[in-house]
Design a protein around this ligand. Structure first.
Ligand code: PLP
Length: 372
């Protein structure tokens, strides 16, 4: 039988608690406890404290979290929002959805994070927000940008969809911006059993706005203050997330251990890694290796049962969805190189050292030309 190294193991995430969790879900389903129940409130308050924030507002998806966050800041037509060309599509789709103009800047060659020198150069009197993405789980240092934001009067909205529990200089990701947006999509470090998301903030006024806006602008029953969305965190998803949340820190530490094993075993090969810093706890949503032989390496690994994937093969400025912006190939060269050269290897908190040995050995054979 072929060896397989998968990217996800949901059974391992639930562990032996699965039966007790199912009893909990069964009770909720039979009792009809579905919408904005105490489970949702409990999860929101636990997740807010993990992020070092006063408030969390549970919503339907990470994309909706971004849309609702921008709406709470009253960002819409006429406003510009700056983000990076190498992010996941949802960051930019959210900006377009609220009617604002997306302004792209390139990424840094070694951290893959937003290039803050380019952000400063891209600021205009229309800049309403900057969305730095804690990409692949690496926290973006926000000290300087926060100072500039305060002086110039724009907001920082953190896209933390890949970085639950990441820490920079002792501060949890999500606590630096005006707002931060999380996704609990099944692929993420903290995974629901379906779609789910949240916005966190320290601003009570924004939290109140978000709570109203996720529920059709309803202040109380039959009294709608604004035309809102209907995007609430599902109570069943909240219950599942509550079961998993206490394990998140341990899981992130295990992801760091796995990343360390990979780095050790691959150190002498012609590869590059995302640069790390001693000031951070990386969440390692993805473990990326960088090589100009990426496509050949990917087919070689997949043929050996290793679930490596490309995240993301097409940068934002070359996506048909944003054609009307008139962005051109060559405009964000770092993002384009990363799109051509990055390969995400399987990384899971439950991963065994033999799996890392196997993946690393296959990569070594590939580079030594013995992969046939
Ligand atoms: C997953 C993700 C999102 C969107 O989250 P969904 O829950 O899938 O809508 C947004 N931004 C980034 C960087 C992501 O990785």
């Amino acid at each position: 039988m072929q060896t397989r190294v998968p990217r996800y193991n949901y059974a391992a995430q639930f562990g032996p608690e699965v039966d007790r969790m199912m009893a909990d879900l069964r009770r909720m389903i039979v009792e009809g406890a579905y919408i904005l129940t105490d489970k949702v409130a409990q999860f929101e308050s636990s997740f807010a404290s993990l992020c070092g924030c006063r408030f969390a507002v549970g919503v339907n998806t990470g994309t909706d979290a971004l849309i609702l966050a921008l709406r709470s800041l009253e960002i819409g037509p006429g406003a510009q929002v700056i983000t990076q060309a190498n992010t996941f599509n949802a960051t930019v789709a959210a900006i377009v959805c609220v009617g604002a103009e997306a302004v792209l800047v390139d990424a840094e060659e070694d951290t893959f994070l937003i290039d803050q020198v380019q952000v400063t150069a891209a600021l205009s009197n229309k800049t309403a927000a900057v969305i730095p993405v804690h990409l692949y789980g690496k926290p973006t240092p926000l000290d300087d940008l926060t100072t500039i934001a305060r002086r110039k009067g724009f907001h920082i909205v953190e896209d933390a969809a890949q970085a639950h529990g990441a820490i920079f200089k002792g501060r949890p990701v999500g606590s630096c911006g005006s707002l931060a947006c999380f996704s609990f999509h099944p692929s993420k470090n903290l995974a629901a059993a379906g779609d789910a998301g949240a916005v966190v903030t320290n601003d009570e006024h924004l939290a109140t706005h978000l709570k109203r806006d996720r529920a059709l602008g309803q202040e109380e029953q039959n009294h709608h203050l604004s035309a809102g969305l209907n995007s609430k965190l599902d109570a069943i998803q909240a219950a599942i997330l509550l079961w998993k949340l206490p394990h998140l820190r341990k899981w992130n530490l295990r992801r760091n251990a796995v990343a360390g094993w990979y780095r050790e075993r691959l150190a002498d090969l012609p590869l590059h890694f995302q640069r790390t810093s001693p000031d951070e706890l990386h969440a390692y949503h993805l473990f990326q290796i960088r090589t100009d032989k990426r496509d050949e390496l990917l087919s070689c690994l997949r043929a050996k049962g290793i679930d490596a994937v490309i995240r993301y093969p097409v940068p934002i400025h070359l996506q048909p969805a944003f054609r009307s912006y008139g962005w051109r190939a060559g405009q964000f060269p770092v993002a384009e190189r990363l799109a051509r050269e990055l390969l995400a290897l399987p990384i899971r908190p439950d991963m065994d050292v033999w799996e890392v040995d196997y993946v690393s050995e296959c990569i070594r054979e590939f580079f030594l030309g013995r992969h046939r």
